[in-house]
Design a protein around this ligand. Structure first.
Ligand code: CMC
Length: 432
């Protein structure tokens, strides 16, 4: 719970003073509560991109962008990536505490028992063109889940919310793998409840009926880590989208589909795909200076994909873990002479030592390394954001539950600074 501080913020506005309470969280900047500003002054605040606005109170994830800290329920991301598993981390994000042995058993069994999707969902896939982007497919089929699971769409029933949350976490790997299989023209592989969460996903993606697949433990571990690192990231664009969509009372499957749509953009989850495309476009180490020049040119819209972050103005703590995982995977697969990798490593070196990037605090972000890792594991670039969505479903669901349980929750409705025409009269077509 936040605490109201004794201090207040005073706003001096056109000869009148107004006081607003200051609220303090457990760590991080305090906030000025301006919820009564309009009632008191008739004015709104203006904050495009919400750079100075806290949209909610939350106990799930904490980021200190200046220090490069990311905590899930208080636990540092590095410790979770090293010692936890994705399912254990999912429990932590959803329930607030790490599970006991019996809690973990119950939770992982429940997730494992819900991995299959309704057989009729296969028909949805057939409606897409073969060259459809798997994110387009995922947006559609996740939204469609609300047409299949009517018994878990009542958001006011905590039990139905729990069932919907677990269904989403359990079925997302199956749907993501189906989207991939459809795009490469291979038969869908059913989930195998004997396998762990990451292994089952890799199996559904890469197994074929004609040949047995043995997946290396290094790749299973890497997949699990990638899921942990992407599981939540406080009030980012897609999470805020999920919260905004659900603030109207929409059902959970529709809200998660909205989050997936938002995540798709290249400034958010689409950055890992964009980063790899950029590395391919650069092509060779000797071309890097040309692209660095473009990135610095104010008149050129080009940006180095996989660099910079809205919140981290220090090294992204997830990027550190991802860099290590990236090297483990490349070593395991014996990939040494990949031109793309050469470009990536040299780009990283130059950007970390170039004044422009240092001054603007533009460090490589998680997407820079995850793209390289996923490519090495055999995923096409079009699947990168799908994997992000799969993992982030846990965070979306945790934040969605928190929002519904928050007594101060109301429908999200930002205001605007209107700069269009003032009232004018309609003119018939021949007078325009
Ligand atoms: N390459 C070159 N210049 C950049 C870059 C970049 N990647 N990112 C920011 N800048 C410059 C920008 O031009 C601006 O310069 P100036 O002050 O001279 O106008 C300055 O740095 C600040 O940029 P901004 O757009 O105001 O910063 P932001 O906090 O709004 O943007 C960002 C954050 C992630 C959208 C941006 O850094 C970017 O577009 N990066 C590339 C895309 C990317 O990798 N996105 C993944 C983010 S991590 C995944 C996630 O958590 O969702």
């Amino acid at each position: 719970m936040s605490e109201i501080k004794n201090e207040v913020a005073t706003l001096d506005l056109m000869d009148s003073k107004h006081e607003f309470p200051i609220m303090e969280g457990s760590v991080g900047p305090s906030v000025v509560n301006i919820s009564k500003l309009y009632a008191a002054t008739g004015q709104f605040t203006y904050d495009p991109g919400f750079t100075s606005t806290a949209s909610c109170e939350s106990t799930i994830t904490y980021i200190d962008g200046d220090e490069g800290i990311l905590l899930y329920r208080g636990y540092p991301i590095g410790q979770l990536a090293e010692k936890s598993s994705f399912l254990e981390t999912a429990f932590l994000l959803l329930e607030g505490e790490l599970p006991s042995n019996s809690e973990y058993k119950e939770f992982s069994n429940a997730i494992t028992q819900h991995t299959m999707v309704h057989e009729q969902l296969r028909n949805f896939f057939a409606g897409f063109r073969r060259d459809a982007h798997p994110m387009a497919i995922l947006c559609g089929v996740v939204g469609a889940l609300s047409a299949f699971y009517h018994d878990s769409t009542d958001i006011n029933d905590p039990y139905q919310r729990m069932v919907a949350s677990r269904r989403l976490i359990a079925k997302m790997p199956t749907l993501a793998a189906m989207a991939y299989k459809y795009s490469v023209g291979q038969p869908f592989v059913y989930p195998n409840n004997e396998l762990s969460y990451p292994e089952n996903f890799l199996n559904m993606c890469f197994a074929v009926p004609a040949k047995k697949l043995i997946i290396s433990p290094t790749l299973i571990k890497a997949m699990d880590r990638i899921f942990i690192l992407h599981a939540d990231h406080e009030q980012n664009a897609s999470t805020s989208t999920v919260r905004l969509a659900s603030s109207s009372g929409a059902n959970p499957f529709a809200c998660i589909a909205a989050g997936i749509a938002c995540l798709w953009g290249p400034a958010h989850g689409g950055a890992n795909e964009a980063a790899l495309k950029m590395l391919a476009e650069i092509g060779s180490v000797d071309k890097i200076p040309e692209y660095i020049k473009k990135a610095k040119d104010k008149n050129d819209p080009f940006r180095l994909m996989g660099f910079g972050h809205r919140v981290y103005k220090n090294y992204d703590p997830r990027a550190r873990v991802m860099q290590e995982t990236c090297h483990e995977v490349l070593t395991e697969l014996g990939i040494k002479d990949d031109p793309l990798l050469d470009v990536a490593m040299e780009l990283e070196r130059i950007a970390l030592s170039d004044d422009y990037f240092i001054e603007k605090k533009l460090y490589p972000n998680i997407d820079f390394y995850s793209g390289i890792t996923l490519k090495a594991m055999g995923f096409p670039t079009s699947m990168f954001t799908v994997l992000f969505a799969l993992a982030r479903t846990v965070g979306w669901v945790a934040q969605w539950n928190e929002m519904i349980e928050d007594p101060s929750q109301k429908i999200g409705r930002p205001r605007q600074l209107y700069t269009g025409y003032t009232e004018r009269d309609y003119k018939p077509a021949d007078h325009r």
